[in-house]
Ligand binder design. Structure first.
Ligand code: NAD
Length: 462
């Protein structure tokens, strides 16, 4: 067996890789609009020719099939969106000047690092990659080691379809990620939990490298007394138990007005049983698995220590070997229990009743700003009040999760749920430097330019 390389050896090895990639970047190869478009087409081709294989490996890692396939393949449409808009996005913007010319040129940052988590492994690697390429960067992806089948396939397909001088995948766990972080990058885009987010930010600060942190948190839901309960229950149940609740914007806990609490809980239980059966085991393939046994144990502990009343699901249904935790609803858990303190990131949903809207808002506001905030209400006054009082990365009104789908909305957190945003043009901007250029004329009485302006996205002249 080959000896396991040390962190120092890996740091040096990745340093050499980075040096080579930076040399390639300096040739202007990735700045070329033709290269960017060709690479984005290759991303789409990679998905078109391999979507079944991608779905199979994800199913092997995480269980589930159809829903997973759809979630993962949507990264191809992000590449498509970049292709459709890249000419416009890369254009220099003239912003003024009377005896001079002032313009802003979006420029690539250089060689960027994308560190991704296990829950939606392809989308959370390739969607930022499409933005990085569209912005003209070279990029290294570090997928999660918790996807033992998906990560090697990603390495294989990226090497086959994309330009190996400019786009790489480095597989590995904490030692490899630490060794990557020991080097100087031009931008680091990290998706995962906040604890590691702090490690990434500390490493980046040594080189003053800008970071995007796509983190998680406890995304709350308020259901007020004016909400349409049938629609609310259907929409919440669909989103909460999609991918076994292992989604960063999954509803984490629900605050429901006491006057509709009983009706809400009855309908929620009926909906869960209609979709997943009495024991929660009839959801079919799409329900999926918990990522590993450690997380099954973590979730079991959250239920055991929650207090309150189990409305459906609970610990009896948990099957550690099959990595199965049933859809679980817990009414009135203890506020100081871990389930109300930590991000759940699994198929368990605590529900608490509130008496007045202000106290519900206050309870949300007392926690860190979440990645998403959801409100189900027919009262525009309540919606407006909540929007002005509660901070969060994004918001949905009368639905959940959907704000992360369109390329037209920025996706990102605030405070403890992250910094920076991507999707569509926001991703392009995240991986670009907005360079201010001021050109002064030397001809008396004339405004004009002293240098010929290169076409946006064209390689640098020799
Ligand atoms: P994870 O354990 O796969 O970790 C994410 C990445 O960090 C991996 O590539 C891993 O190798 C690396 N890593 C882990 N420990 C490290 C360490 N000590 N030093 C350096 N690198 C390390 O995934 P996770 O963190 O369990 O993912 C779940 C979290 O991610 C949840 O909090 C969820 O809300 C969040 N999330 C956020 C988004 C978003 O878009 N905002 C999307 C998905 C998940």
């Amino acid at each position: 067996m080959a000896p396991v390389p040390s962190e120092e050896e890996l740091t040096a090895e990745y340093g050499k890789m980075l040096e080579q990639m930076r040399k390639t970047f300096d040739t202007g190869k990735t700045r070329s609009l033709a290269w960017r478009k060709q690479q984005l087409r290759q991303v789409i081709k990679m998905y078109q020719e391999n979507h079944e294989l991608i779905s199979e490996t994800i199913a092997a890692d995480m269980g589930g099939s159809k829903m997973r396939g759809v979630a993962e393949i949507s990264a191809a449409s992000s590449a498509d969106d970049c292709l459709a808009n890249i000419d416009e996005w890369t254009r220099e913007r003239w912003v003024g000047g009377l005896f001079d010319r002032q313009y802003i040129r979006p420029e690539p940052k250089g060689v960027v690092l994308i560190i991704s988590p296990w829950n939606v492994p392809w989308q959370l690697s390739i969607r930022p990659l499409a933005s990085a390429i569209a912005a003209g960067n070279a990029a290294v992806i570090k997928p999660s080691e918790l996807n033992p089948k998906s990560a090697p396939l990603m390495a294989e397909l990226v090497a086959k379809y994309l330009d190996p001088e400019c786009v790489r995948v480095v597989e590995g766990a904490i030692t490899e990620t630490t060794a990557l972080l020991n080097n100087r990058w031009d931008h680091i885009f990290y998706t995962g939990n906040g604890q590691v987010g702090r490690v990434v930010m500390a490493a980046a600060s040594k080189h003053l490298t800008p970071v995007t942190l796509e983190l998680g948190g406890k995304s709350p839901v308020i259901v007020d007394e004016t909400a349409q309960i049938d629609v609310t229950v259907r929409r919440l149940a669909l989103v909460k138990w999609m991918l076994t609740g292992q989604i960063c914007v999954a509803p984490d806990y629900i605050l429901v007005h006491r006057s509709v609490e009983k009706q809400f809980l009855e309908k929620l239980k009926a909906q869960v049983q209609a979709s997943y059966g009495q024991d929660g085991k009839e959801g079919g393939d799409d329900y999926g698995k918990i990522v590993n046994e450690r997380h099954v144990d973590r979730l079991e502990n959250l239920v055991k220590t929650a207090g309150g009343t189990v409305v459906c699901g609970g610990t009896q249904g948990i099957d550690r070997e099959k990595r199965f935790v049933p859809p679980t609803v817990i009414s009135e858990p203890k506020l100081d229990a871990p389930i109300m303190q930590e991000e759940i990131f699994g198929p368990i949903l605590p529900v608490l009743a509130y008496d007045d809207f202000e106290s519900a808002l206050k309870m949300v506001r007392e926690k860190e700003p979440p990645l998403a905030f959801y409100i189900f209400s027919q009262s525009s006054r309540n919606v407006e009040k909540a929007l002005s009082y509660i901070q969060s990365g994004g918001v949905c009104v009368n639905t959940a999760f959907e704000h992360l789908l369109p390329e037209t909305l920025p996706f990102g957190g605030q405070g403890a749920s992250g910094m920076g945003a991507y999707h569509g043009k926001f991703g392009f901007d995240e991986f670009s430097h907005r360079r201010a250029i001021f050109v002064k004329s030397t001809l008396p009485g004339k405004r004009g330019t002293l240098i010929p302006l290169p076409e946006a996205g064209k390689p640098l002249p020799d």
